[in-house]
Write a protein that binds this ligand. Structure first.
Ligand SMILES: [Zn+2]
Length: 119
């Protein structure tokens, strides 16, 4: 997590989706909390507006998270599985250059070897 360059691409998509979902739920609860706290006071209408905006933002973030999870799932079924040279675990690669899912070891896929795997 320290070095973003060395994070596996599928893992990175999943991390984004996870954060989008978590933050959207947090936003919804924060908006609702403010709305309920200021209900019946003079500030009610402005916090109603804030609640509405936060709900809309969190709805879109939830949609983005869902789509990202869907993309990562579809992509990982077609991604080639390779063995990591440093930790010897089976990891999936996206594109020609990627990093190991477990240890972050940078990996490169050669064109000829990709053909071999398919055949
Ligand atoms: Zn590894």
């Amino acid at each position: 997590m320290k070095n973003i360059e060395r994070l596996n691409k599928i893992k990175r998509i999943r991390t984004w989706a996870n954060w989008n979902m978590g933050l959207s739920i947090l936003f919804m609860f924060v908006g609702m909390g403010f709305f309920l706290y200021f209900r019946g006071t003079g500030l009610q209408s402005s916090f109603q507006m804030l609640f509405l905006i936060l709900l809309m933002i969190s709805f879109f973030m939830m949609m983005i998270g869902t789509v990202l999870y869907m993309i990562s799932g579809m992509v990982s079924t077609s991604a080639p599985v390779v063995e990591c040279p440093s930790c010897h675990k089976a990891t999936k690669m996206l594109g020609k250059e990627d990093a190991c899912m477990f240890c972050g070891q940078p990996l490169r896929l050669d064109e000829e070897r990709a053909q071999e795997k398919k055949a």
